[in-house]
Design a protein around this ligand. Sequence first.
Ligand code: ADP
Length: 413
Amino acid sequence: MVGWPGLSSGPLRLFLPRRACILATMAQSEESTIPTVGIVGAGQLARMTCQAAIPLGVRVRLLAERSDDAAALICPNVTLGSPASRADLAAFAATCDVVTFDHELVDAAALADLEAGGHRLAPSAATVALAQDKRRQRAELGAAGFPVPPHRPIDGMDDLLGFAAEHGWPIVAKATRGGYDGRGVWVLDGPDAARHLLARADSAGMDLLMETWVPIERELAVLVARRPGGEAIAYPVAETVQRDGICREMVAPAPVPSDLAAAAETLALGVAAAAGTVGVLAVELFVSGGRLVLNEIAARPHNSAHYTIEGCVTSQFEQHLRAVLDWPLGSTDLVAPAAVTINVLGGEDAADPATRLPDALAVPGAHVHLYGKAARPGRKLGHVTALGATVGAARERAARAAEALAGRAAVRA
Ligand code: ADP
């Protein structure tokens, strides 16, 4: 409470201290009420989080490896450093109210030390450690009762042959850490392929796990936001369409029966609670035989939920900020019957899609996002979202704009 000295005195004596007091209070509140969220990593997820921070008046600080990282290009508060360096992480955390992450490639032990030193991380070091290790996810979330496929660590050829004898070929082998966009996932159709992979893994010093090959009918993703006290909310279930291990398209709501969608949301909320996450967490699922199978989690904003930027009342990026700052969560309702997002990947010609932007912008209702990244074949360079009365209508618009960015269709008048 602010005291008002001299209230019973004359007007002049009242005015001067009061004005001084107001100014002092404003200065103090500016200092204390604008929180600084630190993001380790400066890719497109951090870039879109910076964008969401603007209307909230939240200050974002980045730990970027390079000054031309997607988010470093647009954020005024960038510290150059490595997420693998304890010293860089500690110096960075000292400048932030809460530290969050653009990716999982961080030393979890270093994060635990930061927490022990009193820094606030959201998600915690323990959640990051779980999210960065597929073997632990299978073991711990399976033990907690979530529906994971049969799985085992691979320590040698005997393990593989024993697992195949039990479950049959093909077997899916995965790098325990560091995989993305299907890099680090191998479908082994027999002992020769298994031997070949083991030799590669040995020379690369890569840990592997194996699991049964799941006949997938659809792939789904559910984004959950969770506050430190455990209050959590799920977004509508999205379908993710993959090609060559890379997610190409997201459709919300997923075209699945309502009971399956509700079960997916419940499962995802359960996983987020089990992981103890704070912030948003994406839960990737398979539908197989009409049932849900848990694939993997990511404890950060996620590509599968980019549709929330235009498609939901609260975008995943704003929601992440709200959750990590322990502020009230926003509505996750869709604002249209359907939202479709299509990823823009670098083509073989490595042409920059930005050069074709006017063609994409000529498509009415197409929301184009380009990440400012150098074009390379297969690299995620942006995405396009369109809303519609039906999935078909939304997809048609998004696809037209995405094709235009890829140079496959000229739509400019
Ligand atoms: P990444 O972390 O690289 O995204 P994922 O574990 O999500 O790797 O696997 C990439 C893709 O491989 C999945 O989207 C799915 O299409 C396929 N996949 C993964 N695990 C299995 C499995 N057990 N059975 C069948 N296909 C799988």
